[in-house]
Write a protein that binds this ligand. Sequence first.
Ligand code: UDP
Length: 313
Amino acid sequence: MRVLIMGGAGFLGSHLCDHFLAKGHTVIAMDNLLTGSTANIEHLAGHSNFSFIKHDVTNYIYVEGELDAVLHFASPASPIDYLEFPIQTLKVGALGTHKALGLAKAKNARFLLASTSEIYGDPLVHPQTEDYWGNVNPIGPRGVYDEAKRFAEAMTMAYHRYHHVDTRIVRIFNTFGPRMRQEDGRVVPNFIAQALRGEPLTVFGDGSRTRSFCYVSDLVEGIYRLLNSNENDPVNIGNPNEMTILDFAKTIIQLTGSKSEVTFIQPKDVRIQDDPKVRQPDISKARRILNWQPQVPLAEGLQKTIEYFKNKV
Ligand code: UDP
């Protein structure tokens, strides 16, 4: 396959580049480097099947030659980034998805949208199944991401139904691993960096919120299987191993051997507004149709991630 990976210099995008190249495919990575970085793909420079195009996908996308698949992973993806880049987040989810679908249609290529568990908002159904419609505040700080991704899903289904583009939608739950940005504000890089520096771990609220963390190699394998399946409806990919953020903080302190303590950040902080109270993927569908489930235990994935951050902090 000749594959275009939009957002290819980001955390997930760069791991997808590695995966597709390892499987013998040709990869074109595209990124405007707003939150992505060439450091994530510099090891691929000179690879005969790899090329990089610096481009903002909210503008017309030109790619020479045939394409077999277009994967749309371009977007700011952490709550801190949405606060800093709200308009860009809306544009890449809306205009960027439209451009990407237009390209897939013109090239007669398969299209895969990186959607998100944020589709479910602060969920009233737990764990979240794909048939749950969600509980999203459109005008809150996360609304720029959530609504852009909801629009992107609607646009993807419209191109599928109306233009018969062969589309896939993956709803990605919290994922972690090397190449996350230390300063992106998400809980994994924040806690690891704080623990390695011996600073207090900043638990938002009382620490009772829950998340379920998936190691990046598991996620990438799930996405690869989804692309190669025949499923046009959304599929959750994530790790159902749910834990409270306070327990997660304790796990990070233990694995880093840090002397850090925990500090609680008050609920009025903007970073906590509309923060989903619980999150856990129901992955029955992925198990059934992709024969997929996570393989990497939390501690093992975290050790690899801690090693990565040791060189950065
Ligand atoms: N969180 C926290 N301390 C931090 C960063 C995040 O307690 O320094 C919490 C946050 O409130 C949320 C969870 O950790 O409940 C996951 O946050 P993250 O930003 O990683 O991603 P989200 O799942 O909210 O998109």
